[in-house]
Design a protein around this ligand. Sequence first.
Ligand SMILES: Nc1ncnc2c1ncn2[C@@H]1O[C@H](COP(=O)(O)OP(=O)(O)O)[C@@H](O)[C@H]1O
Ligand SMILES: [Mg+2]
Length: 297
Amino acid sequence: MRSLGPATLNPTALVNEAWIKLSNSPGLSVTSELHFKRVAARAMRQLLVEAAQRTEAELRQAKEAAEQASRQKSEFLAKISHELRTPLNAILGFSEVMRLERFGEIPNDKYRGYVNDIHASGAHLLSLINDLLDLAKASYDQAKITFKELRLDEVLLDARSGVIRSNPSYKVDIFFEREIEEGDFISINGNEYLLKVAFSNIMENACKFSSDHACAVTIGFREKKTMLRFSDRGIGIRPEDLSHIFTPFYRGGNKNFASGNGIGLSLSAKIIHLHHGCILVDSKVNEGTTFTVELSR
Ligand SMILES: Nc1ncnc2c1ncn2[C@@H]1O[C@H](COP(=O)(O)OP(=O)(O)O)[C@@H](O)[C@H]1O
Ligand SMILES: [Mg+2]
């Protein structure tokens, strides 16, 4: 974009400069300095206003173009993720049948190992695609995401069921800091699907980065806010990783402890921000980690 600097120009200085040049030109009769300066300053101001208006229109156009590009990118990501899932389901389904040797034994050990690898890689790819699909959904135009009145404790319970269904060894306990009173903000206006994705990701991280595979979620209230605390007594996050963990595809120095693709937290943060909330992290290596999510009506 062109960079105009009308706001930094000083019309009075420009007019004075023009006057000095004009009054020094030989053979030119200038009768009224005041009149000249007034007319010139008015013209100059008009020019500056027009330049500022042009800059504003250009900025608006650039913003609209950027928003449209971002929408197109999300829609593309959603379409491609959907297309990838179909062949992947065949890979997963058939390799599962072979792995279980449903239609007869696989005599060669190497082949048996390969089939297991194909299935594990397929499962990893599917989880990556699902995360990308959710990331695309969360990146859509906010106007396209439907919001409705929902209870945060119900969404948390739903997320907990999903996490435990996929990983039966995980433990997630949900506590209320105190009994809910009138005026407490347990209900918010939100998107149930996206909030469930965010809460599941944070719960799953807490369990997978802890040797006891446990996560404690506390629901508390502060003024007009609901605070959700997800705590674990796991391996913790190195201080140098803390400012990067919300970046897409970033995995911390502790990544070898558990498998993953580095999308979960960036996706969760995006979803919380879509709900005008905030997410904070506090962690000590070998002691544990707490993610706090603050949401308000
Ligand atoms: N509860 C946690 N305990 C320890 N490390 C965590 C925890 N949650 C997140 N992290 C760190 O943040 C990184 C990014 O998290 P995430 O985006 O969910 O990716 P992934 O789970 O696929 O590794 C993780 O790789 C890990 O280093
Ligand atoms: Mg994760």
